[in-house]
Design a protein around this ligand. Structure first.
Ligand code: HEM
Length: 461
């Protein structure tokens, strides 16, 4: 056995933090080339336990199938960077039994029959948005996709339908997330002292005002729903309001606020980013677009959202989009609980390991010519859940994975089966940090250049 310590990059810590913030993919690629499948990453401010980045699928499979207690855990406290936005009482920040209990509450509405009902909501929302597009208009893809995914979450998670509160929440949350939506804005997350309120000119002041306004709206909704309980409602807020632990205690208003905020933030930006990339790739690569449109033409009833879920090439385009620039570059950290050997190194209790989703998706042995966008690779072979893992794995696997995949297929299917779109600008778009996720370096714009088929009108939601 190799008893060496896991390789440590030689650059000074400050430089590593700067690289991680401003060029995260370059940082990971460079260290993988120099040090191999596992290395120590100095990417956080202050003193923390050693943080490792891992990109070997078998080793990651071992961790993520043993992350419930003895050998590894998935502590929520280490995700503290998200606390100012999400609060403490939510899936991402909770640990151990509390985390398991909360997952039991939150997961069911994202599966099975409930998901099918969301299919129609997603299609109707997409239809409403594209019905407003004129031929002359330039369409900002991210803004459009964000509008769609935000509305999906507000309806599915909150059970909110249009109205003043819905509009204000949509606007405020958009503003709040845009503040950390660029590499520079991400400094607000990575350097917490910048979040302090230094006066009306400071970003901290603006952050606090936006947070207060958003919280007021969330608490008002919670209060109203507590006063008027309706057992027939099936949205996630209604289910959380009815939930009780073994002693009969329900969730507090603060718990509910934190969980709603988490689902909103984790659920809408990520999916909007993935949809923006998908539309970009489809319109940058004519052979991909031609194949996809031919497949969409084979759908007989385009008002039936479930038809889009069965299309193999559309599925492959979505997968390749999630592989190429994974919105979540890393899994959340898992903590080593007892000495273990991994990739030939001895790991000690307390060490934190993050799976590098990006580096796994870039492996030549799994994805030949990984820098080429080629959906066919997903039709030619099957990948294990640890070789293709845009949604992580183990006890913290993304609860919204099925919803996000549904959204991608239905939004793209609904849009592209009806409209002919073209990019306004052919210049390549590069990836760039967007808070803790990976987004686009600049806006992607499209215009409507024709109508392919008219939809029958869909029910108003
Ligand atoms: C393309 C879209 C999305 C991507 C790429 C994505 C990716 C991820 C990843 C990688 C994780 C961490 C998994 C791990 O550590 O093993 C995660 C966790 C999570 N995701 Fe997603 N996600 C997406 C959409 C959504 C949606 C739509 C929702 C909900 C509405 C959601 C809610 C969550 C939550 C609550 C967690 C934390 C789970 C826990 O700690 O138990 N995500 N997601």
């Amino acid at each position: 056995m190799n008893h060496q310590t896991v390789p440590i990059p030689k650059s000074p810590t400050l430089l590593q933090i700067a690289q991680w913030i401003f060029n995260p993919l370059g940082y990971m690629k460079k260290n993988r080339t120099e040090y191999g499948d596992i290395f120590q990453a100095y990417v956080s401010w202050g003193k923390t336990n050693p943080l490792l980045m891992l990109s070997e699928p078998k080793a990651l499979q071992y961790i993520l199938t043993h992350d419930t207690g003895k050998e590894f855990t998935a502590p929520g406290e280490v995700n503290r960077i998200l606390e100012p936005l999400l609060g403490r009482q939510n899936l991402i920040l909770l640990s151990g039994n509390e985390h398991q209990r909360r997952r039991k509450l939150v997961t069911p509405p994202f599966h099975g029959e409930r998901l099918k009902a969301y299919g129609n909501i997603i299609q109707n929302i997409t239809q409403q948005v594209i019905d407003q597009w004129s031929t002359e208009a330039s369409i900002n893809v991210r803004e459009t996709m964000q509008k769609i995914t935000m509305r999906v979450i507000l309806q599915a998670v909150f059970g909110l339908h249009e109205g003043e509160r819905f509009d204000r929440l949509e606007r405020l949350l958009g503003q709040r997330l845009d503040m950390t939506g660029s590499p520079l804005g991400s400094l607000l997350l990575f350097l917490p002292f910048l979040q302090k309120n230094y006066g009306s000119w400071s970003p901290g002041d603006r952050l606090q005002k936006l947070a207060k306004e958003t919280d007021d709206l969330l608490f008002a909704e919670i209060e109203e729903r507590r006063k008027n309980p309706d057992p027939d409602r099936i949205d996630i807020l209604s289910l959380l309001l009815m939930a009780e632990d073994e002693e009969g205690n329900g969730l507090t208003d603060q718990d509910l606020r934190d969980e709603l905020m988490t689902l909103l933030v984790a659920g809408h930006e990520t999916t909007a980013t993935a949809l923006t990339w998908a539309l970009y790739w489809i319109h940058s690569l004519p052979e991909v677009k031609d194949k996809l449109l031919a497949e969409l033409d084979s759908v007989t009833d385009k008002t039936d959202s479930s038809q889009f879920l069965k299309l193999p090439y559309l599925g492959a385009v979505c997968n390749e989009t999630l592989r190429f620039y994974p919105v979540a570059m890393l899994t959340f950290p898992r903590q080593v609980e007892q000495p273990v050997e991994l990739c030939g190194y001895q790991l000690e209790p307390g060490m934190l390991i993050m799976g590098s989703i990006y580096l796994i998706h870039q492996r030549e042995d799994l994805y030949p010519q990984p820098e080429q966008f080629r959906p066919e690779r997903f039709l030619e072979r099957q990948f294990s859940p640890y070789e293709f893992m845009p949604f992580g794995g183990g006890v913290r696997r993304c609860v919204g994975a099925a919803l996000a995949q549904y959204e991608m297929k239905i939004v793209l299917g609904t849009m592209l089966s009806q409209l002919n779109l073209a990019l306004l600008n052919q210049r390549p778009v590069s990836p760039a940090r967007r808070g803790v996720t990976l987004g686009q370096s600049k806006s992607v714009w499209v215009k409507k250049v024709g109508v392919r088929s008219r939809s029958k009108s869909v029910a108003k939601v």
